[in-house]
Design a binder for this molecule. Structure first.
Ligand code: UT7
Length: 356
């Protein structure tokens, strides 16, 4: 049985950037607090004419082009999102229509671990002979479900999409180990009740008082559900401890499954949640903090989109070379966590398929 590799990556980034200084205009916060506690300087906010479909299509288009694959040659789409544009049907089916692809298409929700879950699902479906070319997408419009009066959450999250094209490669290259896990006991630590069948979007009321203070084009984001709390809420302190523990455990587990030492890993691309989480994990693992790729400074926490966006940027920056060992690792709502260890295979030559 051959291997499965990521052959091309792409990202879809909203046009509008919201800097910490903009938040100071309407929120009891400061640029210095946000930078010192999280590392975030700015985040992207989807404008009214942008959504998960448009951002994902940008990301998929780049991933396909870089892999030298046409949309019609894709026979599996797995999308990870916690903020789908609508409940039914799945975003993956809409992407399939737009891209002219075929085969199974499904959405999954594993919070900020979503991309890792989607990657592992696609990997195993491909290994099982269900598909030969897969698009794995992580996409979020979190700014539409945060409470812009809640400084403990709204300063953290941002919007965006990332995609990876998976195709066959020689055994021992590409994805060489993957791990997934969840602890449902932590299901209250990160939650958003709005928009589900228990709290239908049709209950939406008017604008939240004070939203007129927000800079354009943000006011369209602020709907409330007549007394019911629909917004994203998080127990930051508990999540922080969980994140450091699970990030370290995932890196160790993947290295041990592949029989390699952590020092042999060239780059770790973690979910971009907080620079302090990454610094704490680096210290605990005994690796330099430069082992972790970061771009949270510019995008904030984009949940399921953060790892594929970071991977695209690490590749574009020339930080990953043929043969490098790379770890992708995520953690988030559920609580969920997981990772993948890859021996990087250059994206251009696809076995048994088209080439760029
Ligand atoms: O992607 C899913 C995974 N999510 C995460 O990994 C998030 C993990 N958690 C975190 O990143 C951090 O817990 C936060 C960044 C969310 C918060 O940082 P913290 O150091 O845990 O702050 P805290 O919640 O303990 O709050 C400390 C103080 C509080 O004031 P008092 O009670 O000490 O007077 C907060 O009210 O900071 C205050 N505070 C703020 N101050 C200014 C909270 N948010 C802000 C803010 N600006 N934006």
């Amino acid at each position: 049985m051959g291997g499965i590799a990521i052959k091309g990556c792409g990202k879809g980034i909203p046009r509008y950037s919201l800097h910490n200084r903009d938040l100071e205009e309407f929120l009891d916060t400061s640029h210095d607090w946000i930078v010192s506690r999280t590392g975030i300087e700015e985040r992207r906010v989807a404008a009214p004419d942008e959504d998960n479909v448009s951002l994902s299509l940008l990301a998929c288009g780049q991933a396909l082009e870089r892999a030298g694959v046409e949309g019609r040659d894709v026979d599996l789409i797995v999308v990870a999102t916690a903020t789908p544009d609508r409940m039914v049907p799945s975003l993956a089916c809409t992407l399939q229509r737009e891209l002219g692809s075929r085969g199974p298409a499904l959405d999954i929700n594993a919070g900020c671990s979503g991309f890792i879950y989607a990657l592992a699902i696609a990997f195993h479906l491909m290994r099982g002979g269900i598909a030969t070319r897969a698009l794995v997408v992580g996409t979020e419009t979190l700014t539409r479900i945060v409470d812009w009066r809640d400084r403990s959450t709204c300063v953290i999250f941002g919007d965006g999409a990332g995609a990876a094209l998976l195709a066959p490669c020689p055994e021992g290259e590409g994805i060489i180990a993957a791990s997934l896990d969840a602890l449902g006991e932590g299901d209250g630590l990160i939650r958003a009740e709005g928009g589900g069948a228990r709290m239908m979007a049709s209950l939406a009321g008017g604008l939240v008082p004070g939203n007129h203070l927000l800079p354009s084009p943000l006011p369209h984001l602020h709907r409330t559900w007549n007394g019911i709390d629909p917004f994203l809420r998080m127990d930051g302190k508990e999540v922080f401890k969980f994140a450091v523990n699970k990030l370290c455990a995932t890196v160790k587990e993947l290295c041990s499954a592949a029989g390699v030492g952590t020092e042999e890993v060239s780059l770790i691309i973690p979910h971009q949640a907080n620079l302090r989480i990454l610094a704490a994990a680096a210290e605990r693992l005994g690796v330099p903090k430069e082992s972790f790729f970061t771009n949270i400074q510019r995008y904030g926490n984009t949940s399921a989109a953060s790892i594929p966006i970071a991977l695209e940027e690490a590749l574009r920056a020339g930080m990953i070379r043929e043969g490098d060992l790379v770890i992708l690792a995520g953690f988030g709502a559920g609580m969920t966590w997981g990772g993948a260890l890859l021996r990087w295979q250059d994206g251009q030559a696809i076995e048994g398929g088209r080439t760029a």
